[in-house]
Design a protein around this ligand. Structure first.
Ligand code: NDP
Ligand code: GDR
Length: 381
């Protein structure tokens, strides 16, 4: 039997890395599109890299960009994919307020470029397309929990661009009979999550704070509520969506929502630090209320050295507030459970455990290097 061929845009991103692993484990030949960058940008997929000098590599990378139609059309023609997973995007909601035009081009028109290339190349009956749609489409709350039939009300240039991408995917399905489906995925995270998304910012900062490498974590709106899952579970859903008999759109979510402050509290608690929140709005602080000495020593951390009861380790910085915010997301995964048979394996607790453990290890290594006089710490926001 010949292997199925998949093309993944955004292969260097969080989801691209996990999806590549999944499809390779299923025997696919995986092609990925990566952007040219002045620094290496393949860290998340380096372990999958195969020397092209070796016969028959199963994982092949191409240079490309969602803003370049000719390049996309050429790659699709060369690869003749059975499945395209369009994951590439300028995916940061807050940054999209600073780069609205680029975001519209890459995230909105980029999707059109993929669909149109498939059509022009005569591949509408061969190539299935998965579009990375998002719970950000729901934006300003119309109804909860949000399902496939809940009206959209996007609240950022990112979400508006993704709204175009959502509908152009539906339109190509209806107009040309293409197998094109939207996965409306709620927030999903992992140790590979970009450092400036809220969960990773929290797990990194918490790890650094308990190791004495950072004093304080500055946050924006910690009352926002999100339905968080693990990216490993969510890429399974992407695959299942393209294995259905007919193309349809699916909500992928856990059905549980928590506030950002709860994520912060649970992360610190996992690392042996009990936080208490005091003050209001911009003056709110997270202070150390209790230290779990046995947990800290289990993690190899000397309590008392940097961590003191009453110390404020979390403060609010309004620069992280968004011009328009999405306050509440909670998905209804009934359809995906029933039709795809999809069910997440991770809970919020095991997600936090995975991320916090990974970041702790990362910074323990950095701390050792720093102590020995090698390396510098990178600070991301
Ligand atoms: P990441 O930000 O981790 O990855 C985005 C990927 O897109 C990276 O590989 C990036 O390349 C690439 N990219 C960005 N701009 C372009 C461009 N112009 N041309 C080609 N490639 C580009 O996102 P995730 O993996 O978290 O998300 C994957 C997709 O799913 C995105 O479309 C996102 O909007 C969507 N989504 C994500 C959710 C989540 O919670 N993670 C939820 C719902 C939807 P580089 O590495 O060079 O920056
Ligand atoms: P989101 O994710 O905007 O939901 O988009 P993000 O993690 O950036 O924010 C979640 C919520 O946390 C609040 N918040 C902060 N966010 C960041 N990044 N930094 C902070 O300091 C901070 N403080 C509070 C935010 O205001 C927000 O309410 C993600 C992306 O992956 C999108 O690409 C994807 O489509 C959606 O999830 C589903």
């Amino acid at each position: 039997m010949t292997s199925k061929v998949a093309l993944i845009t955004g292969v260097t991103g969080q989801d691209g890395a996990y999806l590549s692993e999944l499809l390779l484990s299923k025997g696919y030949i995986v092609h990925g599109i990566k952007r040219r960058s002045s620094l290496f940008n393949t860290e998340r997929i380096d372990h999958l890299y195969e020397d092209p000098h070796v016969n028959d590599p199963k994982f092949i990378l191409h240079y490309g960009d969602l803003t370049d139609s000719m390049n996309l059309t050429y790659i699709i023609q060369q690869v003749q994919p059975d499945e395209i997973y369009n994951l590439a995007a300028m995916s940061h909601v807050q940054v999209s307020f600073e780069m609205p035009e680029y975001t519209a081009n890459a995230d909105g028109i980029g999707t059109l470029r993929i669909l149109e290339a498939v059509r022009l190349l005569g591949l509408t009956q061969k190539t299935k397309v998965y579009q990375a749609s998002t719970s950000e489409l729901y934006g300003l709350v119309q109804a909860v929990p949000q399902s496939e039939t809940t009206p959209f009300y996007p609240r950022s240039p990112y979400a508006v661009a993704k709204l175009y991408a959502y509908w152009i995917t539906v339109n190509y399905r209806e107009a040309y009979g293409m197998f094109a489906s939207n996965g409306i995925l709620f927030n999903h995270e992992s140790p590979l999550r970009g450092e400036t998304f809220v969960t990773r910012k929290i797990t990194r900062a918490a790890a650094k704070i308990v190791l004495g490498l950072q004093d304080c974590l500055y946050m924006g709106n910690i009352d926002a509520q999100r339905d968080w899952g693990h990216a490993k579970d969510y890429v399974e859903a992407m695959y299942l969506i393209l294995q259905q008999e007919k193309p349809e759109d699916f909500v992928i979510a856990t059905g549980i929502t928590v506030r950002v402050r709860e994520f912060i509290r649970k992360t610190f608690a996992f690392l042996g630090v009990k936080l208490e929140f005091t003050g209001e709005k911009e003056n709110e602080e997270g202070i150390i209320a209790e230290l779990d000495q046995s947990r800290l020593s289990e993690l190899g951390i000397k309590a008392g050295e940097y961590l003191e009861i009453g110390k404020a380790v979390l403060k609010i910085d309004p620069k992280y507030y968004r011009p328009t915010e999405v306050e509440l997301l909670i998905g209804d995964p009934t359809k995906s459970k029933e039709k795809l048979g999809w069910k997440p394996k991770y809970t919020l607790e095991t997600l936090i455990e995975d991320m916090a453990t990974s970041d702790l290890r990362l910074f323990q290594k950095d701390k050792l290097l720093l102590k020995e006089g090698f390396g510098v710490l990178n600070y991301f926001e």
